[in-house]
Design a protein around this ligand. Structure first.
Ligand code: AKB
Length: 316
């Protein structure tokens, strides 16, 4: 069967890189990128789409007839706290439009929707957080991700929608910038280390959070989407552990290449969000079900980030 893939939210941190990987697999013309914003540098098919506009989304579905949809459009933790109503509406109604489209159109065979470590909360075990445990998120973003997970499982159980999902930790990559998350510091810190030699972090030095390097996050996403449906035993969302470190530890990793790099700390409202999230994650269920394995540790990621960003800044 010829695959046709629609990516919603293609101009975001993950979407930018995922579209490239999907086009390498399926061919440029078979992957339609879409976003509310026009992307700065994107080649290949693109449609401007506000996923809250159900009629426009319906027209796109009927004209492009995707066999797979990657629905990435969302407000992240920091931005959703500043605009809770929009956070709820975008994150939930957008998902409903996609799940309903998959329920109503047989040609849509698979849906991917990202969840997050934000589904966990203050009463969740913070070390090695298991796949199944207390989940009491206290951010709008986390509440929408937990509700979304329940809906995904419901649509699979009741309507047979083949929806797959990962609970991403913070994502770190050099090709695109994150927008509005609590883990964003771990991308900005590399840019500032190279540009100014200094960085002021909005989390304190001991804040451990799980993060994943983009090549690992992309590979996990594609491996989950490509595995046989019988291997996908979790239809809410799979834990993905990545690497856990604190601002102090990422600073030390950067200082191995840039010894004069300096960090200072000015925690803001995102500190409370980070403090309610796990410090490390147990992703053994993903390992057992579909063979997940992490490749990058903190030092390998830091060397690769700094190498690529150095080249980028030299050529720009
Ligand atoms: C955020 O910080 O909001 C996101 C996430 C962990 O889902 N990067």
């Amino acid at each position: 069967m010829k695959e046709r893939v629609l990516v919603i939210g293609s101009a975001g941190q993950l979407g930018t890189e995922l579209v490239t990987s999907l086009r390498d697999i399926y061919g440029e013309s078979e992957v339609m990128a879409s976003d509310i914003r026009n992307p700065e540098n994107m080649n290949g098919p693109f449609t401007q789409l506000d996923i809250l506009d159900k009629a426009a989304f319906g027209r796109l579905i009927q004209s492009f007839k995707p066999t797979q949809i990657y629905h990435l459009a969302a407000l992240l933790s920091g931005t959703a706290e500043k605009n809770p109503k929009l956070g709820w509406t975008l994150n939930m109604d957008g998902l409903f439009h996609v799940l309903d489209a998959a329920k109503e159109n047989d040609f849509i065979k698979k849906v991917y929707w990202p969840s997050s470590i934000a589904v966990f909360g203050s009463n969740t075990p913070r070390q090695n957080t298991p796949q199944n445990c207390v989940m009491d998120p206290n951010t709008i973003y986390g509440i929408t991700k937990l509700a979304g997970e329940r809906y995904c499982e419901y649509y699979f159980e009741k309507y047979g929608v083949d929806v797959r999902s990962l609970r991403y930790p913070g994502l770190i990559g050099y090709k695109s910038m994150p927008g509005g998350g609590t883990t964003d510091y771990a991308v900005s810190i590399y840019h500032e280390a190279l540009k100014t030699g200094k960085y002021t972090c909005f989390l304190n030095e001991y804040t451990y959070l799980p993060m994943a390097y983009m090549p690992d996050a992309l590979r996990a996403t594609l491996e989950l989407m490509h595995t046989d449906a019988s291997n996908v035993k979790v239809r809410s969302s799979y834990n993905l552990a990545g690497i856990s470190f604190s601002p102090k530890e990422i600073t030390a990793a950067i200082q191995q290449t840039l010894p004069d790099f300096e960090i200072s700390y000015e925690p803001d409202f995102r500190q409370a969000i980070a403090d309610s999230w796990p410090q490390s994650i147990d992703d053994s269920v993903a390992m057992n079900d579909w063979g997940w394995n992490l490749e990058y540790d903190l030092n390998k990621m830091s060397v690769d980030m700094l190498d690529n960003l150095t080249q980028m800044y030299q050529t720009s």
